[in-house]
Design a protein around this ligand. Structure first.
Ligand SMILES: Cc1cc2nc3c(=O)[nH]c(=O)nc-3n(C[C@H](O)[C@H](O)[C@H](O)COP(=O)(O)OP(=O)(O)OC[C@H]3O[C@@H](n4cnc5c(N)ncnc54)[C@H](O)[C@@H]3O)c2cc1C
Length: 407
């Protein structure tokens, strides 16, 4: 078929991609297929979305209608809607989504299926905003679920999500201030205060330099000019500024206030996000282990830096979603934007995971990792997947390996 993911490091081995025009066609395709899986905007870096020899379902022809309900403060969206497009319509109705990822380009269904997150001490993952969803299961039936049913972070393994309802909050403005050169000592001593300094805070580093390269603070107020020893940037920055990448595709900085959806993502919807020619990995550890985990990575900083474009440190609030890496408590997110050298990255992953093993580490479902984590609700998820899909038509190699422990 020759189709690849966004990063170009995965070539799908499905037999074909189909674009059903209505719910009936989705149901028929699913019911007939032996192996089938929904495909979002292809922004994952591993084989989670692949379906060898089977059918990939692209839902982008299923409509674009976004319905805001001011009474319940919710929005109902088609599965393939992109966050950036939903955000514009939600904002026009006077509402906001509580958080967004660094890029607004991904589909809502694909994003929540992997528990994609943004940043912010008090902000849960984007999956936590899902109050309900509609799912086409293996036999072609349409079922509806609430956030309490274990289906939201579904990894595409439970069926095809066709519609989702998301919680909203009142619209708000944010400013974005960037600081250069945060001493590591400040990070270690004041980690909680730094993470509390804005609605969303991100640190960027390559783990090998003496200081953290940049801090991005997105909040309602102006942070002090001296941010725990870091200095206000004298111009717009790209997260990989230290690698010489210009800030053209980044959202507005330098303290200019603007609507939430034009400040929370790092990258603008009308540009390629991040760098484009890259790979990504991300690990999550409980916030109480933040400093120890950062020290463990700095100890191998000279091995990480040659393969890195940049690395981002954020905090994500805990939730109760079954396969969410944030299940059970707040976690610090340690993200890596790699050069596109997959062999070098794959050689590093077990080393990193060994270093982070003492800290109850869990990897991002949608990025490159070596070993999956154990989850308290993994057994329940397996039972639900087996009940909804007894023949395993939605499973694919990723889910077989990392959820069912096969092969
Ligand atoms: C440049 C860049 C920046 C990123 N920034 C962040 C970030 O800030 N935070 C973060 O957490 N992640 C981030 N990611 C990762 C990204 O958010 C996830 O990979 C996300 O899952 C991608 O969504 P997608 O629509 O592309 O899904 P895909 O990659 O197409 O699919 C992902 C999974 O979702 C399933 N799926 C898709 N649609 C459906 C559906 N309708 N029904 C059922 N299952 C479905 C697929 O089967 C698959 O299992 C980033 C990725 C890139 C490339």
């Amino acid at each position: 078929m020759g189709e690849t993911n966004w990063a170009g490091n995965q070539t799908f081995t499905a037999e074909r991609i189909v674009r059903p025009r209505d719910l009936g066609e989705v149901r028929e395709t699913v019911a007939r297929a032996v192996a089938v899986k929904a495909l979002g905007s292809r922004h994952c870096f591993n084989d989670i979305a692949d379906c060898p020899g089977g059918v990939l379902i692209d839902l982008s022809a299923l409509g674009t209608e976004v319905v805001v309900d001011p009474e319940s403060a919710t929005v109902t969206v088609p599965a393939a809607a992109r966050y950036g497009d939903v955000a514009v319509q939600v904002h026009a109705a006077g509402f906001a989504l509580a958080n967004l990822a660094s890029l607004p380009h991904c589909t809502v269904a694909g994003t929540v299926a992997t528990a994609t997150h943004g940043s912010g001490r008090r902000n849960q993952s984007l999956a936590s905003a899902v109050s309900g969803l509609e799912l086409v299961t293996a036999d072609g039936e349409v079922k509806t679920y609430s956030r309490h049913d274990g289906v939201v972070v579904g990894l595409g393994a439970l069926g095809v999500v066709t519609r989702l309802t998301l919680d909203l909050v009142p619209a708000f403005d944010l400013r974005q201030d960037v600081f250069d050169g945060l001493p590591w000592e400040s990070v270690y001593e004041h980690f909680d205060e730094i993470q509390d300094a804005g609605y969303s805070v991100s640190l960027f580093t390559n783990w090998a330099r003496d200081e953290v390269d940049q801090v991005w603070v997105k909040g309602p107020g102006r942070p002090g000019a001296d941010f725990f020893g870091a200095k206000a940037a004298d111009g717009p920055r790209h997260p990989a500024h230290a690698a010489g990448i210009p800030a053209d595709n980044c959202t507005r900085q330098l303290g200019v206030a603007g609507p939430w959806h034009e400040r929370i993502p790092h990258f603008r919807l009308d540009f390629t996000p991040s760098i484009g020619n890259e790979l990504q990995t991300e690990y999550f550890v409980p916030v109480r282990h933040a400093v120890a985990a950062m020290e463990a990575l700095r100890a191998i900083g000279d091995r990480l830096a040659p393969v890195l474009l940049t690395s981002e440190i954020r905090t994500v609030a805990g939730d109760e979603l079954w396969l969410s890496p944030f299940h059970g408590g707040d976690r610090v997110a340690l993200h890596f934007t790699w050069l596109p050298d997959e062999d070098a990255v794959r050689a590093l992953l077990p080393v990193m995971e060994d270093r982070l093993a003492p800290f109850d580490v869990r990897p991002h479902w949608g990025k490159l990792f070596h070993r999956a984590a154990d989850y308290p609700k993994l057994g329940d998820f397996r039972a639900l997947a087996t009940e909804l899909d007894p023949d395993g038509k939605f499973r694919g190699p990723f889910v077989r390996r990392h959820v069912f422990g096969e092969g």
